[in-house]
Structure formats: structure tokens, C-alpha cells
Design a protein around this ligand. Structure first.
Ligand code: NAP
Length: 317
């Protein structure tokens, strides 16, 4: 049966930002719940090796995710498997309504719902995710030293990250469905000037193949001639867009043109008592390191917000 449950702080999304916020809130003796629709960890739970998180020279993403969750839970954070459908304001309460019908009622909400890469949706993409299919060149590029890498897309991300990947790869092929790039001219020029970047125009990836443990081949199709071909690669990075999961609030939060939530320096959004942290927030980089920093700030700011709220209620009483 659906229930209404009361907390001090409700965290929506259990990635590194949300779990770190949960650690700080629970450690401050606030009754805190983190609502996550899958397993805790967010994107890192499905990332292969992580080697750019300070203190861990190399660790499996799933192992790091478990460490984050168990650390936060050791201070009393409750983690519930719930899909949040809507967050809204009801007087001094901030409510998260879940697909289960449960309502979580808090004094503050921290949104750490991250974002999702747009998927190619071709056979092999899911199967080889973390085994040569990656959506993060900064995180995973170094695993493919001296290998041939395929990058898909023609926007800023594909062309910029494709050029970046030549730091590691012997050759990068940027596979684009048209014969013109969407990327900014300066980003295009850097790629054209790089001998290790080659473009494959008017072409889509139809299938990602592998040997069961890692990616080995891309099946391609030229959309103008229908000609099919194979490209032997050690990895493929689809960069065909990234969508922040920022649309769950009933009250419209201020966002940038890409839909990322704009916060002030305390991580507070344009709605009082609703904070945001991690990849869903408008900022320069989207790494584990800054997500946990955001989470820390959001939890401390939420604590200060709740203290003020409680003072206001005490004065009224
Ligand atoms: P984007 O600009 O939307 O580009 C996506 C690219 O993927 C387009 O070239 C598109 O082709 C292609 N594409 C889309 N769906 C596809 C599919 N199903 N199969 C094959 N190709 C497909 O996305 P983005 O590059 O991730 O950039 C997102 C936003 O971040 C943009 O506003 C961008 O300017 C910004 N950004 C800026 C920088 C920078 O300034 N340094 C770096 C990264 C991102 P078409 O061109 O044919 O539509």
C-alpha cells in the first residue's frame, strides 16, 4: 500500500553526487533517504575501470559505487529503490512522488539525477558497454592506447573528444551520418589538422561486434550508396548527444539552453529548498570528483536551509 514517509532530506538519484550528499546529511544527524531507481552508483556502476578518482589508482566502477553506498549508509543514509516521477513544493515541504505511489516528504530535496548519453540503439551497444563501448573519452580513452578507435557523431562532443582520443589511439575514425559537421569551426579545424583523425562521411554504425569480452569490429553502412563495410576497432565512443535528467520538478527550475539545472554557488536551484548536484547541474566538467564536491556543498546548504526553517517554526510556536 502506498505510504507517505517523512524525512529531513530527500535525495533523488544515487550517483556519486547524491550518495556524497547523503553521507554529509546523515552524518549531520538528518533523517535522509536516497531514492534510486536502479542500483546505487549511477553511471559509474556501469563504467569499467575508474582511474581518475583521487586515492584509487584503478578501481572497477561497480566496486567504487558499492564503496560510496556502503560508506554513506554507515552514517545512517537510507537507500530506497524507487523511481521518482515528480518533485514538487507543498508549503514548507518538498515532496517526491514515486511510481510505486509512495510519497517522500522532506524539508529539502537534493536532485542528483545525472544525465544520460543518447544511445545508438544498435545491436552490441549494451552488450559491450564498459568493454569497449564508452561514452566518456576522458574516463576511458587511456584504456585504448595504440588501438584504433571509432567515434560516432558530428557535433562538438564527437569532434572534440575524437581529437582528444588521438592522445592514446593509433588512429581515430569519426563516423558521421552526413557530409557536414555540426561542430564549431574551430573544433573542426583542430580535427582536420590532426593526421590521426580520419572522417567517414555519410555513414552509420549498424552493429557493434566483439569477441565476447571486448569490441573488435563496427558494421557500417553508407547512407547514400547503401554500401556496407567493416571497421576493425578496439573501442567505439558514441557522441550523438547527452540529455540531463532535469525534468522531474513540477515547478519549473531555471536551466541553461541544454536543459542543465542552474544553481547558485550553494547548489540551490531557482526554487528554495530544492538543490541540485552532479551531472544534472550546469557546469564545465562532469566528473566523479566534482559530483562529490557538489554533493558536499548541497548537503551543507540544505542543512543551513533546514535550520532556518526550523527557527522560523520555533518562533511561530
Ligand atoms: P549535438 O550537438 O546534438 O550533436 C550530435 C551529433 O550526433 C550530430 O552531429 C548528429 O548528427 C549526430 N547524431 C544524432 N543522432 C544520431 C544517430 N542516431 N546516429 C548517428 N548520428 C547521430 O550533441 P553534442 O556534440 O553532444 O553536444 C551537445 C551540446 O553540448 C551542444 O550544444 C554542444 O555545442 C555542446 N558542447 C560543446 C562543447 C564545446 O564547446 N567545446 C563540447 C561538447 C559539447 P546531425 O548533425 O546529422 O544531426
Amino acid at each position: 500500500m502506498a505510504e507517505t514517509k517523512d524525512y529531513d532530506v530527500i535525495i533523488v538519484g544515487g550517483g556519486p553526487g547524491g550518495l556524497c550528499a547523503g553521507l554529509y546529511s546523515a552524518r549531520a544527524n538528518r533523517k535522509t533517504v536516497c531514492l534510486e531507481k536502479y542500483l546505487p552508483g549511477g553511471q559509474i556502476a556501469v563504467t569499467g575501470d575508474v582511474e581518475d578518482y583521487l586515492g584509487f589508482e584503478r578501481i572497477q566502477g561497480s566496486e567504487l559505487a558499492m564503496k560510496f553506498a556502503s560508506h554513506a549508509q554507515s552514517f545512517g543514509l537510507e537507500v530506497q529503490m524507487e523511481e521518482v516521477e515528480e518533485v514538487y513544493v507543498d508549503g514548507d515541504y518538498r515532496i517526491a512522488r514515486c511510481a510505486s505511489g509512495n510519497l517522500y516528504r522532506g524539508k529539502a530535496v537534493i536532485i542528483s539525477t545525472g544525465g544520460s548519453p543518447v544511445f545508438l540503439n544498435v545491436p552490441g551497444e549494451k552488450e559491450y558497454s564498459g568493454k569497449g563501448v564508452s561514452y566518456c573519452a576522458i574516463c576511458d580513452g587511456a584504456f585504448f592506447k595504440e588501438q584504433v578507435i571509432g567515434v560516432v557523431g558530428g557535433g562538438d562532443a564527437a569532434v572534440e573528444e575524437g581529437t582528444f582520443l588521438t592522445k592514446f589511439a593509433s588512429k581515430v575514425y569519426i563516423i558521421h551520418r552526413r557530409d557536414q559537421l555540426r561542430a564549431q569551426k574551430i573544433i573542426q579545424q583542430r580535427a582536420f589538422d590532426n593526421d590521426n583523425v580520419e572522417f567517414i562521411w555519410d555513414t552509420v554504425v549498424e552493429e557493434i561486434e566483439g569477441d565476447g569480452t571486448r569490441v573488435t569490429n563496427l558494421k557500417l553502412k553508407n547512407v547514400k550508396t547503401d554500401e556496407k563495410s567493416n571497421l576493425a576497432v578496439g573501442a567505439v565512443f558514441p557522441y550523438i548527444g547527452f540529455k540531463p535528467n532535469s525534468g522531474i520538478t513540477r515547478e519549473k527550475l531555471e536551466t541553461d539552453e541544454g536543459g542543465y539545472i542552474i544553481t547558485d554557488h550553494t547548489m540551490e536551484t531557482s526554487v528554495k529548498g530544492i538543490f541540485a548536484c552532479g551531472d544534472v547541474r550546469a557546469q564545465l566538467v562532469r566528473q566523479i570528483t566534482n559530483a562529490v564536491g557538489d554533493g558536499t556543498t548541497a548537503a551543507v546548504a540544505a542543512e543551513k536551509y533546514i535550520e532556518k526553517l526550523e527557527d522560523k517554526h520555533a518562533k511561530r510556536a
